[in-house]
Design a protein around this ligand. Sequence first.
Ligand code: OGA
Ligand code: MN
Length: 203
Amino acid sequence: MENLLDHISSEIYQKSYVIIDDFIDEEFRGELLAEQIELVRQGKFRHAAVGKGGQKQVRTEIRSDEVHWMDSDDLSPLQKTYWEKVEEIRKVLNQRCFLGLRSFEGHFARYPVGSFYKRHLDQFHAVPHRVVTVILYLNESWSSDDEGALRMYFPQEDGTELIEDVLPIGGRLVVFLSGEIPHEVLPTKKERISITGWLKDID
Ligand code: OGA
Ligand code: MN
């Protein structure tokens, strides 16, 4: 974990994003996925909203995933284990990148077949407290034919953009600066499961 944390913090510092394969082992991934499937069975998922506060609304033409927010006061043992890993990332980013990160919020996300999330930034203009996005994919298997990539856009000095497509392969962790990297989820051909969270500069 020590080398990994060094790697995460230096990549965030230099490139504003990092992708870590096999961040969690197969056993833990399978357990988290099973928990997510059980929450779906219990009807705990809701259409995801866009916007913040009074502007919050379900707009399925912008995003068509379903989410279940984790309750920091009522985490399952598995969720707690994951939060502890994120806590290590939070600390090292504060030490090495001086980001002043104070808390984490996160939800399970389920993208049914055909769903997507159009290009966006994870920061709200009015409330810019989401500083670092942390996404962990839980999918059992994934191939490029399944599509549903996370597409990240990197603005270049000449005004063009570089594009990187990241497949939601189980165990893969993606970390990036929420306010700097526009991204989208391309339409998926297979149900797509993840935990998406944000490290924030407020409690
Ligand atoms: C989000 C998001 C990307 C992904 O939930 O804000 O951009 O790959 N998710 O799931
Ligand atoms: Mn996003």
